[in-house]
Design a protein around this ligand. Structure first.
Ligand code: SF4
Length: 377
């Protein structure tokens, strides 16, 4: 088995550890540093271009300074677009977060992987962060060869940071993750866990081919909790939203019930409290938006689209206020989080991607068995 010296890494964070926190409310915060990217992958869920918008640097650093050692997220997840177009900001943000006890993960498309040595700025980023993920899929490979990505993984492992790959499958039968997964295991053993998602019909991915809108679910009265409303998300205009729904992040819709503030004016403590205690968000996590809409007499036609429609509905707000306020609402929410965490990271991944690859998130664990949810955001 390869030895990449991972015992020396201090506070570094494994992918499974990161994913184990993914359903805990406000255990992490996702930050989009930029909508820019030098690649033009056909499936890009954010439709990033070379000319996209950047998050305001001073506003972000000011927001991170509101973290305290007693009240801060466990994880700061930096994404984009391509966050490594702003390596200085990645380092500053990770350093600020680390001073409060928050660990940082970064997800890059590896545009810098040209077959040469690791660029010094990327090496500095690797020292500043606690987890370094690279994207690899058939669309990325049109710009960045797989062998170059593997060489970057080797170099990153040499710095002591924990790494992972974000792979994409184009449908449950796509053999791509099997092929790449086998190569990764041969070259890196269990040092490179893999998170396998699937191409989604959002951003440029929506233009790849006609894809149906995700169904609301077979039974509008059934509880279908949203897994994606646990970590607040900072979008490039500085708004903080309750989930990573791409239509919200891209400002196509901004439902009021998903707004948690703005990093220029809202502290982490306020964001966390709003995320944790708002009855509407509690019930979205507990029974899901379709059930709420059905209770409120609203039509349901798509999972997240139904959620967006809850905005401004007095009937939805009255029902969620009744069900989700106070200690009873808190208890319902805790039970839902607990249920969602059952089965660990692989079960969570299996609900949102091809189930047969979910165990790759935690090499050494057995395959996950729960089938994918049809209403993933
Ligand atoms: S249902 Fe969709 S829009 Fe609503 S909180 Fe969940 S991910 Fe966001």
């Amino acid at each position: 088995m390869p030895d990449h010296g991972l015992t020396e890494k201090g506070a570094a964070m494994r992918l499974a550890e990161l994913m184990a926190l993914r359903q805990r409310i406000a255990a992490g915060v996702l930050v989009s540093l930029t909508e820019r990217c030098p690649l033009s992958c056909a499936h890009c869920s954010t439709a990033a271009t070379r000319l996209g918008r950047d998050l305001d640097e001073a506003a972000l650093l000011g927001f991170l300074r509101t973290f305290t050692s007693a009240d801060r997220p466990d994880v700061l997840m930096l994404t984009g677009g391509e966050p490594l177009l702003r390596p200085g900001l990645v380092i500053e943000a990770a350093t600020a977060a680390r001073s409060r006890g928050t660990r940082t993960a970064v997800l890059s498309g590896a545009f810098f992987a040209d077959g040469g040595p690791l660029p010094s700025t990327v090496r500095e980023v690797a020292r500043a962060v606690d987890h370094f993920s690279l994207s690899l899929d058939a669309f990325h490979e049109r710009y960045v060869p797989r062998r170059n990505v593997f060489d970057v993984l080797d170099a990153l492992l040499g710095t002591g940071v924990h790494v992972s790959l974000h792979l994409l499958a184009d449908g449950p039968a796509d053999p791509y993750p099997d092929e790449v997964g086998a190569q990764v295991r041969r070259r890196f053993g269990t040092d490179v866990p893999m998170l396998v998602g699937q191409v989604r019909p959002v951003g440029r991915g929506g233009t790849l081919r006609p894809r149906p809108r995700p169904p609301a679910g077979p039974d509008p009265w059934a509880a279908a909790p949203c897994d994606m409303a646990a970590w607040p998300v900072v979008t490039t205009d500085g708004a903080v939203t309750a989930c990573c729904n791409q239509d919200v992040a891209d400002r196509r819709v901004r439902p009021g019930h998903l707004g948690l503030g703005d990093i220029r004016t809202t502290t982490w403590q306020t964001v966390r409290e709003r995320a944790r205690a708002r009855p509407m968000l509690r019930m979205i996590r507990t029974v899901g938006p379709v059930h709420i809409a059905t209770r409120a007499g609203l039509p349901a036609d798509g999972y997240c689209a139904t959620c967006h429609r809850l905005d401004g509905s007095d009937a939805a707000r009255e029902w969620t206020d009744r069900a989700g306020t106070g200690p009873a609402g808190e208890l319902l929410q805790s039970a839902a989080v607990h249920r969602g965490e059952a089965g660990g990271p692989a079960a969570l991944v299996a609900r949102h991607g091809p189930a047969r690859h979910a165990h790759l998130v935690d090499p050494g664990q057995g395959p996950a068995v729960r089938p994918r949810q049809e209403h993933t955001p």
